[in-house]
Design a protein around this ligand. Structure first.
Ligand code: MG
Length: 544
């Protein structure tokens, strides 16, 4: 049987450069990350997802790659990477890496060869047009910052296509040699021990990019080819896809268990924030009912915040306005006309109850939880930094200079730290929270431990239970005849709620929540909940 490890993994997203500096040169590196792996193992992380660490001019946070077969020298060497992989393996932590092959950097040797010589074998690896296509101004990814998707190159005497910034020319994935090269890249990192890939910009990656066919359409078969390749090389390897698509399109990306294993749940994410903003659970329940049932080996990857803006582009204008009003009232906190560029804790004004509520949902909603570095200590952001960089500050390890991130002189620091305000590293850091029994770090560790004791949340079937309050959501996850239930109150007001448990429910044992509660006796359908309260319960079978 296929090992479905990823359905119950706890993923942690790391930016190597911002996490820990092991050699004191002011930038994070693999040596620093290796030293911090026991910390990640300690809080219960089972899989680390590395953001791009490849050689790159880093004009787009490393999503502009120069060489797919190397490590950015600022982060260390391939040798340091292998040492890191060895340490991770010793601790039982799997590693997946970002695969960014929708485009390269414009400085990549393939693009340089392609633009200089029309007869270069690399010419067709990119997408060219003699004339500027009519739709060049539509479909930009960064409105307000990016103006076009076609830019003229003087050397090539042609326009090249770039879905993202002009320094990120799109690879022509319609070309068989490009797809073979993508497999070679995957094969290389698999051989170095990774267990899969987080695939960047999937809908764009598989889009037919021929300039004469502006409608374009998706080539889902590429995903099947790559899945087959992974299965041949390494049976446990997975593909986690970034695809913010409408619910009706999701199954195309999953296929019949033969395309992506995991898909980020953007749809639920946006409606989760809508439910929080309106203190009404119904938008979230509705969001899950909009989503198709996934085949058995596929899984949602649930998250609260990722490395980009919190994209609310799939909500209606009115719904989005509600979220902005609640979480990003100043124009400077918003981005690209669709999202929020803040960390979670400042969005919630540091409200511990709501932080716990959201994270409790992250760990209980059907799917695999993905934590972004720093969320476990409720880190803040820096609105003075440009665009998405506001949330890409150094990990806060202690109250020492540079927040314990690096031993270099503060002047030499190459990654911004938060040294002022409510979220400064003197106040918010790992060392302090370790010592404080009631810290958010200890809460997270406890939540992860409990989640691992309840495999039903990951492997099970999720079902929403009827409640008589629109602010309260209850859901059950069942696997191998065992059921766990989670109840969440989205309202600030305390309430007494009636929940319709599954019909063969006996006693309900309280397993996690804000405070200790007695088990609910069989036949009891009413729970008292405080504002923003949450409970995880295990159902015992009915007494015979
Ligand atoms: Mg360093």
């Amino acid at each position: 049987m296929i090992d479905l490890w990823y359905k119950n993994a706890v993923l942690y997203c790391v930016d190597v450069g911002s996490f820990a500096d092991g050699n004191g040169d002011g930038i994070g590196d693999f040596r620093g990350l290796s030293e911090r792996l026991p910390y990640l193992a300690g809080i219960g992380i089972t899989c680390v997802w590395l953001l791009p660490f490849y050689p790159s001019p880093r004009k787009d946070d490393g999503y502009d790659i120069d060489d797919y077969y190397g490590v950015d020298p600022r982060y260390g060497s391939l040798g340091d990477f292998v040492d890191f992989m060895n340490q991770a393996s010793e601790l039982g932590i799997r590693v997946i890496v970002d695969l960014v092959v929708n485009h390269t950097s414009s400085t990549h040797p393939w693009f340089q060869a392609a633009r200089k010589d029309a007869s270069s074998p690399y010419r067709d690896w990119y997408v060219w047009s003699k004339r500027k296509p009519k739709d060049a101004e539509s479909g930009v990814v960064f409105p307000g910052v990016q103006r076009t998707t076609w830019t003229y190159d003087r050397l090539a005497r042609a326009y090249y296509f770039h879905r993202f910034y002009d320094f990120q020319p799109d690879l022509n994935t319609g070309h068989p040699e490009v797809r073979q090269e993508i497999e070679r890249i995957m094969g290389f990192w698999l051989q170095l021990g990774v267990t899969g890939f987080r695939i960047d910009a999937v809908p764009f990656l598989i889009m037919d990019k021929a300039p004469n066919d502006p409608a374009g359409y998706e080539q889902y078969g590429y995903l099947s080819d790559w899945r087959r390749f992974l299965a041949w090389r390494e049976g446990h390897a997975i593909m986690l896809g970034e695809a913010d698509v409408a619910p009706r399109d999701t199954l195309n990306f999953i296929g019949e268990d033969d395309r992506l294993n995991l898909l980020f749940n953007f749809w639920a994410n946006q409606h989760l924030f809508l439910a929080m903003a309106t203190e009404d659970a119904r938008p979230l329940v509705k969001a899950f009912s909009d989503l198709p049932k996934l085949p058995p080996t596929a899984q949602w990857a649930n998250f609260l915040r990722n490395n980009d803006e919190l994209d609310l582009g799939r909500l209606s204008d009115e719904e989005r306005a509600r979220c902005m009003q609640a979480f990003a009232p100043e124009p400077d906190m918003q981005l690209y006309g669709r999202g929020i560029r803040r960390r979670l804790a400042p969005m919630l004004q540091g409200d511990r109850r709501r932080l716990e509520l959201l994270n409790s949902l992250l760990f209980t909603l059907g799917g695999t939880p993905v934590i972004r570095y720093g969320e476990e200590i409720a880190m803040g952001d820096d609105m003075r930094l440009s665009e998405r960089n506001a949330i890409r500050t150094a990990m806060q390890w202690s109250g020492e200079p540079n927040g314990g991130f690096s031993e270099c002189a503060p002047k030499r620091l190459q990654v911004p730290t938060i040294s002022a305000g409510e979220y400064r590293y003197e106040r918010v850091n790992v060392a302090n929270q370790r010592l404080d029994f009631n810290s958010f770090l200890n809460w997270t560790e406890h939540a992860i431990r409990t989640r691992k004791e309840c495999p039903e949340f990951g492997w099970g079937e999720m079902q929403f239970l009827e409640t008589d309050k629109s602010s309260v959501m209850a859901h059950a996850c069942t696997w191998r005849d065992r059921t766990v239930v989670a109840v969440h109150n989205f309202s600030r007001a305390s309430t007494t709620v009636r929940v319709k448990w599954p019909k063969d429910a006996g006693r309900l044992l309280h397993i996690f929540g804000r405070s200790v509660h007695e088990a609910l006796p069989e036949g009891s359908h009413v729970i008292d909940m405080d504002g923003y309260d949450y409970r995880w319960l295990r159902i015992s079978p009915k007494a015979q």
